[in-house]
Write a protein that binds this ligand. Structure first.
Ligand SMILES: Nc1nc2c(c(=O)[nH]1)N[C@H]1C(S)=C(S)[C@@H](COP(=O)(O)OP(=O)(O)OC[C@H]3O[C@@H](n4cnc5c(N)ncnc54)[C@H](O)[C@@H]3O)O[C@H]1N2
Ligand code: MOO
Length: 411
């Protein structure tokens, strides 16, 4: 077991680099129908075998014409020679005639403009068209969206709702994705009991288990929920051995600070290896990472606020990489803060904050209680404001903001 010296903190970036270097992406692929593909990671490039749209089609309800037939200075009147509803196959347009056409319908091969019906006058099977018709107006060209042979989505891409629609648009019904990660979670601490039980003096409810369950559901992970493992070495050894047989990753909460005897640390060290770190992150300073056989172990600190932050900032990118995802970064943007910090800190702070809009302009509002033992702030917040180490931004300063929608969910 190793740990930083007293006072020496490891940077979040260095820890993240190590985690990403040690992440072992899953190799096994499974077939899923696209309807069940949300949040999964593609294990193949998706290549289109068709053009989308497959033919030139009309963007409006109106009349398809040959532009050369209507170039005069005064409005042209043409006979309506065919009717083309969406889904029908038109014939070539006779010279000096117009086709009644509807939105999405295939434009006759030789027609090269569609005029909106609101701009036309129709009488006795004839249509009078406005002047100034331009070539290809209101025609959506074949292949405008996707062309045959085009890679529409790349291996390693995490599928979002619009990607499901995109795959459907090229007629793909089922795809290969990486199998879901199997993640075992366990909570440590003699003080913990489960919701639904009556708390005796000294006992608190296990909240981390539920935060972690919710966060992992956002990854489509298969969760092996070990609950609160009985606080004996033999029970801990048995639970971890069993979890390591099938799980890719074990995530524990609690028991990673410098405190007394802890069976999880002892058991992991007996079965494999666990390194303890003090990180320059607030909340979440104590952090553990190691393995039991081929199963990675992440030890999050017990404080509920710290579990939430360290999962989002450290475990999330690690899990995404293990899941085969190409991109593990979350997008952030800079916004002014509506508060001032008293003094710079040694640790990079992930404040639980909220966006406040006044006259359409957003500022970052801070929750008044940023204690690592407080979960209400995370529940109240809709993102993290990041305060770099050794800085104390003041009201109006621009600060990086990570919306929670970037960190979990299938945005
Ligand atoms: N002497 C020092 N003490 C502490 C240090 C330090 O550097 N030196 N670091 C502090 C920091 S920072 C953190 S964070 C905590 C982390 O402690 P542990 O990971 O060992 O966690 P525990 O002691 O087991 O629990 C901390 C806190 O969280 C509550 N808890 C634990 N599990 C759950 C759960 N599943 N659901 C709800 N609440 C939970 C637990 O009751 C404690 O209150 O260490 C500091 N100490
Ligand atoms: O890092 Mo701990 O979560 O500050 O209390």
């Amino acid at each position: 077991m190793s740990c930083c010296d007293r006072g020496q903190l490891r940077s979040v970036d260095a820890m993240l680099d190590e985690l990403l270097n040690k992440a072992k992406p899953v190799k096994d692929r499974i077939d899923v129908p696209i309807v069940d593909a949300l949040g999964r990671v593609l294990a193949e490039d998706i290549i289109s075998s068709i053009d989308v749209p497959p033919h030139n089609n009309s963007a409006v309800d109106g009349y398809a014409v040959i532009v050369a037939n209507c170039t005069g200075k005064s409005p042209t009147t043409l006979t309506i020679s065919q009717r083309v509803p969406a889904g029908s196959v038109p014939v070539a347009l006779q010279e000096a005639t117009a086709a009644r056409i509807f939105t999405g319908a295939t434009v006759p091969d030789n027609a090269n403009a569609v005029i909106m019906q609101e701009d036309c006058n129709v009488q006795d099977g004839h249509v009078t068209l406005p002047t100034g018709i331009s070539l290809n107006q209101n025609i959506r060209p074949q292949g405008q969206d996707i062309q045959t042979g085009q890679i529409i989505l790349k291996k390693g891409h995490r599928i979002r709702a619009q990607d499901m629609g995109l795959m459907a648009s090229i007629g793909v019904a089922s795809i290969k994705v990486y199998r879901p990660l199997k993640v075992a979670i366990l909570s440590t601490g003699d003080e913990l009991i489960e919701p639904g039980m009556l708390a005796k003096e000294g006992q608190i409810y296990n909240s981390n288990r539920y935060t972690l369950k919710g966060l992992l559901d956002g990854f489509n992970a298969d969760i092996v929920d070990l609950g609160i493992v009985e606080d004996t070495l033999s029970a801990t050894l048995a639970a971890l051995t069993k979890a390591a047989e099938s799980a890719d990753i074990i995530i524990t909460s609690g028991g990673v600070s410098v405190g007394e005897e802890d069976h999880v640390k002892t058991a992991i060290n007996e079965l494999g290896e666990l390194n303890l770190w003090k990180l320059a992150i607030k909340p979440g300073k104590p952090f553990a990472f190691g393995h039991v056989n081929n199963t990675s172990v992440i030890g999050l600190p017990g404080n509920p606020g710290a579990v939430f932050v360290t999962f989002c900032i450290l475990a999330r990118p690690f899990l995404l990489k293990c899941q085969g995802a190409e991109h593990t970064n979350a997008h952030s943007f800079k916004l002014p803060i509506s508060f001032s910090l008293k003094k710079p800190g040694k640790r990079r702070e992930y404040l639980r904050t909220r966006l406040n809009y006044e006259h359409g302009v957003a500022t970052i509002e801070n929750h008044p209680n940023q204690s690592s033992g407080v979960l209400s702030s995370a529940s109240w917040a809709d993102g993290f404001a990041i305060i770099p180490e050794h800085t104390a931004p003041q009201k109006g300063d621009l600060v990086e903001f990570y919306p929670f929608s970037e960190l979990f969910g299938n945005g």
